[in-house]
Design a protein around this ligand. Structure first.
Ligand code: GLA
Length: 351
């Protein structure tokens, strides 16, 4: 991995980092204006940058050992540079004069595991530019800029969960966020418990198309119910008369929002139960699980000390998260992976 100095011949002017995230509860709720409950993972993305002396943008990925150059007025850069240059463009749209930059990025946030590697990239980039130019942008505004970069320049119709989590979360707390009002509370993680995150090793091939279908189904359900979004429905019984499959899609969103609200004050045992319920709802009502994720979640749930487990992220592959009694996670991780391996799959420990 070449250093900034080795690639560009000078030291970087600034550097910044941002973490990946794992969502503990509140899946597929953010684009329904609902509630989410993420925390940061230890893996982070680091961005170093400096003003460019030659009028060209240069983006270097240490992970890919690839460099993409760009000149204003030409076609926008592709691949990993879309996320980086998207951050420049959204700042410019908001009236900030961003000069050409030389950028180096390096990350240990796993890509494609549902842990928001792209949000970590955007948030770290925006933090570094904010520092270089002393921009008056707070952490919430920064997350919203990052989300806009993802939607507009990376072409992913995501909600605001990932970028808010990367911008506002640390590892000692969970973030309760109301995605409608952006009201938020930083809360301690459940007491006497620890987190496990395992990668299922399954690529999220179907995730994009299914994600957009689910979004459309939720919008249709809200329209049937005469509400601006499913966030405005609290009683799951109201979803019963919707046409299929909108009834089950809406029931997931409504019950998931209720689970987040309950989890805020729940003890670790109840929190774990809510995670188990969330997985069942994502599997049966929302239909975004796959056999490998069900197997990995089942293997986790079977471990002594594990209080609850679920798929995390958009689904169709990626990671699972579990809550375990303090002191039991070290034994639970390899034991769950061994059971999972008997199904012919190969997972790995992420947290
Ligand atoms: C992806 C999206 C988020 C959120 C989750 C599902 O991670 O980027 O905005 O919708 O899926 O909860």
């Amino acid at each position: 991995m070449a250093s900034f100095q080795a690639i560009y011949g000078t030291a970087p002017a600034v550097s910044a980092t941002a973490p990946g995230r794992v969502n503990l509860l509140g899946e597929h709720t953010d684009y329904n204006q609902g509630y989410v409950l993420p925390t940061a993972i230890p893996q982070r993305t680091r961005v170093e940058l400096a003003r460019s002396p030659d009028g060209r943008f240069a983006y270097y990925s240490a992970n890919l050992d690839a460099r993409i150059d760009h000149v204003d007025g030409r076609a926008l850069p592709v691949d990993f540079a879309r996320y980086l240059h998207g951050c420049v463009e959204v700042l410019r749209e908001d009236g900030h004069a961003v000069p050409p930059l030389r950028v180096r990025v390096e990350s240990d946030v796993p890509i494609g595991a549902g842990l928001s590697s792209s949000a970590a990239l955007e948030v770290a980039t925006l933090r570094a530019i904010r520092e270089l130019l002393s921009l008056p942008v707070d952490d919430v505004q920064l997350a919203l800029l990052a989300q806009r970069a993802e939607v507009k320049y990376a072409g992913v119709r995501c909600g605001v969960l990932d970028q808010m989590a990367s911008s506002l979360c640390d590892r000692e707390h969970m973030l309760f966020l109301d995605t409608l009002t952006l009201e938020r509370r930083v809360l301690p993680l459940p007491r006497d418990a620890e987190l496990i995150v395992l990668d299922s090793g399954m690529p999220r091939d179907l995730a994009d198309s299914a994600y957009n279908t689910r979004r459309a189904e939720c919008e249709a359900a809200a329209q049937h119910l005469g509400v601006p979004s499913l966030r405005h429905v609290a009683d799951p019984a109201r979803t019963r008369d919707l046409p299929r499959p909108l009834d089950r899609r809406a029931r997931h969103v409504v019950t998931e929002n209720n689970r987040v609200l309950e989890a805020v004050t729940a003890d670790a045992a109840r929190f774990g139960q809510l995670m188990n319920d969330s997985h069942a709802s994502l599997r049966d009502d929302y239909e975004v699980s796959v056999p490998a994720l069900d197997a990995l979640v089942g293997a986790l749930q079977a471990q002594p000390g594990v209080l609850g487990a679920r798929l995390t992220g958009a689904g169709f592959g990626g990671a699972c998260v579990a809550l375990a009694r303090r002191g039991t996670a070290d034994a639970a991780r390899p034991a769950a992976l061994a059971i999972y391996a008997r199904g012919g799959w190969s997972g790995r420990v992420l947290v």
